[in-house]
Design a protein around this ligand. Structure first.
Ligand SMILES: Nc1ncnc2c1ncn2[C@@H]1O[C@H](COP(=O)(O)OP(=O)(O)O)[C@@H](O)[C@H]1O
Ligand SMILES: Nc1ccn([C@@H]2O[C@H](COP(=O)(O)OP(=O)(O)O)[C@@H](O)[C@H]2O)c(=O)n1
Length: 208
């Protein structure tokens, strides 16, 4: 549970969130099924899904001054500087009436993690971690068919390398704090969600 009480604006001009929020970080390699399972969690447990990658892609489309830089980083599978991504996440949290957030694909490196903690003072409730082999993730990404610039074999290999070198240490950091809930994500979508449901049982089911 994170509480951000300073309602004044920070250095980026984004106001801090003056409300208690519950945040779950959703991590896993590219194509491990984070977005797919986040949609299920939203439907069943009433969370708001914030995908760092989706927010960055929307920023490119919006014609922002950072658009070209973000586009180049994504094409190369590199991690966009934290200040850009955190600003987008802060704004999304602020603009949403909900108090329960899934933050998907973030933090992806130590810089993301430390900067988010410093700026927002939010500690995740836990980290949902999808474990999957590179062989399976590669197969899924090449079949994703969303027209993404980075779903080609050359960029996919770069993303796997960045994941192993930069993102796995973040998972290890949270693991040492007892915060990681690991899921076998190589199984079919329904079976993965059965395991996810067990982990989210502490949250009340959304009224239908
Ligand atoms: N458990 C699964 N088994 C098979 N295919 C899956 C599974 N989960 C997701 N997919 C498919 O794999 C692709 C990548 O999933 P996605 O949720 O976009 O991954 P991520 O957000 O981790 O990159 C999508 O086309 C999705 O439909
Ligand atoms: N915290 C983040 C998340 C994504 N990204 C960028 O966005 C790309 C796509 O991330 P994503 O989470 O949408 O997709 P997957 O790589 O998980 O399939 C990454 O390879 C990075 O280039 C980033 O820079 N910082």
């Amino acid at each position: 549970m994170g509480t951000v009480t300073d309602a004044s604006k920070d250095a980026t001009g984004i106001a801090f969130i003056d409300k208690k929020v519950t945040v779950v970080f959703v991590l896993g390699g590219p194509g491990s099924g984070k977005g797919t399972q986040c949609a299920n969690i939203v439907e069943h447990f009433g969370f708001t899904h914030l995908s760092a990658g989706d927010l960055l892609r929307a920023e490119i489309k919006s014609g922002s001054e950072n658009g070209t830089m973000i586009q180049n980083m994504i094409k190369e599978g590199k991690i966009v500087p934290s200040e850009v991504t955190i600003k987008l996440l802060q704004k999304a949290i602020l603009d949403t009436a909900n108090d329960k957030f899934l933050i998907d694909g973030f933090p992806r490196n130590e810089e993301n993690r430390a900067a988010f903690e410093n700026v927002t003072k939010i500690e995740p409730e836990f980290v949902l971690f999808f474990e999957c082999s590179e062989e399976e993730m590669e197969r899924r990404l090449l079949n994703r068919n969303q027209g993404r610039d980075d779903d080609n074999i050359e960029t996919i290999r770069k993303r796997f390398k960045v994941f192993m070198e930069s993102s796995v240490p973040v998972v290890e950091y949270y693991n040492s704090k007892g915060k990681v809930r690991k899921i076998d994500a190589a199984r079919p979508i329904d079976e993965v969600f059965d395991a996810v449901k067990g982990i989210f049982s502490q949250f009340s089911k959304k009224a239908t």
